[in-house]
Design a protein. Structure first.
Length: 91
């Protein structure tokens, strides 16, 4: 029997948990990890069941890093841009 890490639903459940955690703690950190877990789950669903744990974790890390960098590029502050607060939240 293959390990639990080779089951697609484990990766999809982890993706759902991480994306839910992103809603609670915003910052695009957990969303990148959630996208990485979803990617590994998608690879498992598509039929590459012979992936070992180290390879799965490597794919997860690469996809998570790529997703995080893409999210920072899309939603982050542009170069030279400064966030200016024009009103106080307590007013």
């Amino acid at each position: 029997m293959a390990g639990l890490w080779s089951q697609w639903w484990v990766w999809m459940s982890a993706a759902l948990l991480l994306v839910t955690l992103e809603v609670i703690v915003p910052g695009y950190i957990f969303l990148g990890f959630g996208i990485g877990a979803f990617g590994v789950g998608l690879i498992e669903v598509l039929g590459l069941h012979g992936i070992s744990l180290p390879v799965s974790l490597l794919i997860f890390a690469v996809l998570s890093l790529a997703a995080y960098l893409a999210l920072r590029k899309i939603f982050g502050l542009k170069a030279g841009q400064v966030k200016i607060w024009d009103r106080d939240i307590n007013e």
